[in-house]
Design a protein around this ligand. Structure first.
Ligand SMILES: [Zn+2]
Length: 388
């Protein structure tokens, strides 16, 4: 392998590493090629740990897009807030959560510091995006100032906003409008780095090419960084600090600049529930598949549902989970699917299958007992046994 080929290989490996996005274990990603509805994905369990994993973006032109959503990470009730939720759509085990419970009357201050939400100057929750941290802090602060009888309606309104698929759709449209030129520049830079540049070096040699190539590379990165800055200002008007850091990084790293659209799209729907995002970004079959997983998780949460010792924490978690389940059922119904039908058991896979777990749908030959994974009591099929 020549030195030029080795250099190209190193550049390709660095670029591929820019296509790997780290996401929280509870996050749902929507990855698609350009102009198409995509499928939902969960972070890789092979390239990850119990708290998160890797999502792979499309590395080749037309580069596609990646959105990452996370179910609401804090339970709220009219009594207080608890930084824990029972949902574990992606996994057979629940990832670590701060599990801090606070009653509204005990709150003196709610602040954010970058992605941290601090209540009474103690970390209450650490979000994976600044808008999510701001949103949780804003809701907590609002609820503590409201009279008790108005809090439930406020929480319901917040859930309704998270499930507003029309608002999510408008946000995706705004992203596409803001990125029209950026998409062309990012694809152009990819073609320049991996096709045009190496071809020029092959024809004319490094001695003649390195200076003009470097000039074009840095100019292209600067143009992309400028486009990124303008699009970011439109889509995330309240995040000037993040915008400046990312823009500077793109000027210095032309390979990272190719992925500028990922940096813009990634947290675009952070305040929306993954079900609303799935309705906008997935085709019907993929939405149905995800809705089934999400509803099974809400109707049959992983056991034990909540290990908190305090009665307050248990009450807040239960209140919020029931509200969330009702909202999700209503959303799925509006989308044209019957929630009851959606969470019906799969048919028996074997003639010997006698029971199934209502949560994970694993099938057992035992007549009774608990699921070894989820802890749910095994159920029998209504019509037994029928051919698979
Ligand atoms: Zn199970």
């Amino acid at each position: 392998m020549t030195e030029s080929q080795q250099l190209l290989l190193v550049i390709a490996l660095i670029y591929l590493s820019d296509c790997l996005l780290w996401a929280h274990a509870r996050a749902i990603a929507f990855v698609s090629t350009f102009g198409k509805k995509g499928r939902w994905k969960q972070p890789s369990s092979l390239l990850g740990n119990p708290n998160g994993g890797v999502i792979v973006a499309h590395p080749f032109p037309p580069l596609g897009r990646v959105f990452v959503c996370r179910p609401w990470p804090v339970s709220f009730s009219p009594a207080g807030a608890f930084s824990y939720v029972a949902q574990a759509v992606n996994s057979d085990e629940r990832c670590e959560q701060p599990e801090r419970c606070v009653r509204y009357e005990d709150i003196q201050s709610v602040r954010t510091r970058s992605k941290e939400v601090r209540i009474n100057d103690v970390v209450f929750f650490r979000a994976d995006s600044e808008p999510l941290a701001e949103s949780i802090a804003g809701l907590t602060d609002k609820l503590r100032r409201l009279p008790l009888e108005e809090r439930a309606a406020t929480i319901d309104a917040t859930l309704a906003t998270a499930f507003d698929e029309k608002a999510a759709g408008r946000r995706v449209e705004a992203f596409e409008d803001a990125c029209t030129r950026l998409r062309l520049f990012c694809n152009g830079l990819f073609i320049f780095i991996f096709l045009a540049g190496p071809s020029l070096v092959w024809f004319f040699g490094w001695t003649w090419c390195w200076a003009p190539l470097l000039l074009v590379l840095l100019s292209a990165a600067a143009v992309i960084a400028t486009e990124y800055y303008q699009a970011h200002r439109m889509l995330y008007p309240n995040e000037p600090g993040n915008r400046r850091v990312q823009t500077a990084a793109m000027c210095l790293n032309p390979l990272g600049a190719i992925r500028a659209r990922d940096a813009l799209s990634r947290h675009l729907l952070a305040l929306h529930h993954p079900l609303a995002a799935a309705r906008v970004l997935c085709d019907d079959a993929s939405f149905r598949d995800f809705a089934r997983r999400a509803l099974l998780d809400l109707h049959f949460p992983l056991r034990p549902v909540c290990r908190a010792a305090s009665a307050d924490a248990n009450d807040i978690e239960r209140w919020f989970r029931e509200r969330l389940r009702e909202t999700a059922d209503a959303f799925v119904r509006r989308a044209g699917f019957d929630p009851v039908e959606l969470i019906e058991a799969d048919p028996p896979e074997e003639k010997s299958s006698r029971t199934y777990c209502p949560r994970c749908q694993r099938q057992y030959e035992r007549a009774a007992g608990d699921c070894a994974i989820c802890g749910w009591s095994l159920m029998e099929w209504c019509i037994l046994p029928r051919e698979a």
